[in-house]
Design a protein around this ligand. Sequence first.
Ligand code: PEP
Length: 251
Amino acid sequence: MRKNIVAGNWKMNKNLQEGLELAKSLHEALKDKTVNCDVVIGVPFIHLASVASSIDTTKIGVAAQNCADKASGAFTGEVSAEMVASTGAGYVILGHSERRAYYHETPEILKEKVKLALTNGLTPIFCIGEVLEERESEKHFDVVKSQIETSLFELSPEDFSKIVLAYEPVWAIGTGKTATAAQAQEMHAFIRETLAGKYGREMADDTSILYGGSANASNAKELFSNPDVDGGLIGGASLGVDKFMPIIEAF
Ligand code: PEP
């Protein structure tokens, strides 16, 4: 059975003290609550170890926002998947559109990152999504299919079963312009069909596919009520407990 997941992506926000404060407040807010989804926070590398040791990671999963495409060695400034896992983090966000656009992460590079994440026991939250021009020229289905095929379809079924997908139309990220619930459902259903074509219906039905792009307390319920939307990857609205909790509680 696939899981509902609400994952925050803090991006390059919060210094260490602010990050710890936010993680602890969220932990406190969730302490006596039963929620109907897994909760994950994607924090800057430098916060990983402190955040992971300050909360119960069986209640709130901790994600890195990236990892290196090499296992180890002379790659100054890089952080390996093994290092991420050694902090107590259980997830890694990979292929975020900001990484693809600003740091030139290609599908080939991402394929390596996914492999290394899996080898080190991390769950990749793998982001896919089209830019506005691609949607306007009706190429969005082809673009998303190709992103999935090139980075993920060499994985064995066993490895693929550990992947979480996040559909994030780039035109909706940080813009306040959310995909409509119908647009999200249409793409999520298409993604699931694509997965079924490669790995079979059961695997497709068991894969969590999150939506990301200006999701917030007001639109989360409608987005999550779609049969193929299994949660959200949340940027701006994950930076405060007051904004993040209502999204978690939308399930
Ligand atoms: C994101 O960065 O993954 C994201 C969805 O951002 P926002 O919610 O701010 O649009």
